[in-house]
Design a protein around this ligand. Structure first.
Ligand code: FES
Length: 119
């Protein structure tokens, strides 16, 4: 039923907003992939905490209620392009009912860190 759905808005690199209806329990990465949102390069490592392309910026009030970060996310986020005080990695954020109406913005650019140590 629609009661189980959570509305999340995404703002892509071009500043264009997409509104999605999401099932609780999916990650933001799942949503972007499933809804085929026009966010370039998002989720390059498919949620394995190896790329930082799923970098998302949250409103402060929502950010403060997110589940705490694990060390691996923190390390990866440190290297993300355009880090803000309310940044998280979208593959690590699970959609919950209280997020209804939340807006998630992606930064202007992302940095794919896979292979960063090669060469
Ligand atoms: Fe690569 Fe989240 S999808 S770190």
């Amino acid at each position: 039923t629609s009661e189980d759905k959570v509305t999340i808005h995404f703002i892509n690199q071009a500043g264009i907003k997409a509104t999605t209806s999401v099932t609780e329990g999916e990650t933001l990465l799942d949503v972007v992939v499933k809804k085929n949102l026009d966010i370039s390069g998002f989720g390059a490592c498919e949620g394995t905490l190896a790329c930082s392309t799923c970098h998302c910026i949250f409103d402060k009030t929502f950010y403060e209620n997110l589940e705490p970060m694990v060390d691996e996310e923190m390390d990866m986020l440190d290297l993300a392009y355009g880090l803000t005080k309310t940044s998280r990695l979208g593959c690590q954020v699970t959609v919950r009912k209280w997020m209804d109406g939340m807006t998630v913005e992606v930064p202007q650019e992302t940095r794919d860190l896979r292979g960063a140590n090669d060469s």
